[in-house]
Design a protein around this ligand. Structure first.
Ligand code: AMP
Length: 130
């Protein structure tokens, strides 16, 4: 059965898309730890990120770098933090989280963001993506 992320990529489940190319898809985390929390996913469905073939792992990292640059332009923050967990969804993905301090990367602390604001943030990041 396809992962929830494959279903998002296929358009079967809605998402707040921020960037896409032939092999990758980036969208807002639906349960963010900070405003502008993005997930970057390879379209090739592999569960564990470190099982990706080297070229696909490298390409995913480079795509995430482009997304992080767009996030930093769109969202006031000191840096974009990168994290890999993969405990919930068995489809490799990178978390990109705008932060101002260490405490901003706390996966036990979620922030409430309205659908209108999620749409606004996704568009702001998408507009800066190069
Ligand atoms: P993990 O697999 O532990 O890295 O966590 C998976 C992440 O995916 C969590 O932060 C969830 O909030 C996020 N997530 C799960 N389902 C969706 C969805 N339909 N749209 C956006 N983000 C999701």
């Amino acid at each position: 059965m396809a992962s929830i992320f494959s279903r998002i990529i296929a358009g079967e489940i809605p998402s707040y898309r921020v960037a896409e190319d032939e092999k990758h898809y980036a969208f807002l985390d639906i349960n963010p730890v900070a405003e502008g929390h993005v997930l970057v996913v390879p379209k090739h469905e592999v569960d564990y990120i470190f099982d990706l073939p080297d070229d696909e792992y490298a390409a995913l990292t480079l795509f995430a770098k482009r997304v992080a640059k767009a996030q930093r332009k769109a969202i006031p923050c000191k840096r974009i933090a990168e994290a890999v967990l993969g405990l919930e969804v068995p489809h490799a993905h990178i978390h990109l989280i705008p932060i101002n301090c260490e405490a901003d990367v706390d996966f036990h602390h979620k922030v409430a963001v309205t659908p209108e604001r999620m749409t606004e943030i996704a568009k702001a990041i998408a507009d800066k993506f190069e």
